[in-house]
Design a protein around this ligand. Structure first.
Ligand code: TYC
Length: 102
């Protein structure tokens, strides 16, 4: 307490151990064949980017080879990867999307 007799009471403070779920980076990889417009469409559709944001990230992947396009829980990240890979396959583009623990 705040008297001068020291604390004789039992300390009742405890720490509740919280466990935050791990996050996963979803990444897009460059290739020589997937059209730039298709990558922009993917980023707009599945990663909620504006056209300008999508274009910028697409160019980053094109120039650097890879870029993180979002960070999500395991389940959401897996869904994003599946959505991208399914659409790319349907259009016969070799676009690759992967996830990695942060
Ligand atoms: N390099 C491709 C091209 O020149 C464009 C591209 C960008 C492909 C990003 C994949 O993740 C990618 N058409």
């Amino acid at each position: 307490g705040d008297d001068d007799g020291g604390d004789l009471g039992i300390a009742l403070e405890t720490r509740t151990r919280t466990k935050k779920p791990p996050l996963y980076k979803v990444m897009l990889l460059n290739d020589d064949y997937t059209p730039m417009e298709f990558v922009v469409l993917v980023l707009e559709r599945f990663f909620s980017m504006t056209h300008a944001q999508a274009f910028e990230i697409m160019l980053t992947v094109h120039k650097k080879g890879v870029a993180v396009v979002g960070v999500f829980s395991h389940e959401i990240a897996e869904t994003k990867v599946t959505q991208v890979m399914d659409l790319a396959q349907r259009h016969q583009h070799p676009l690759q999307c992967t996830m990695e623990k942060e």
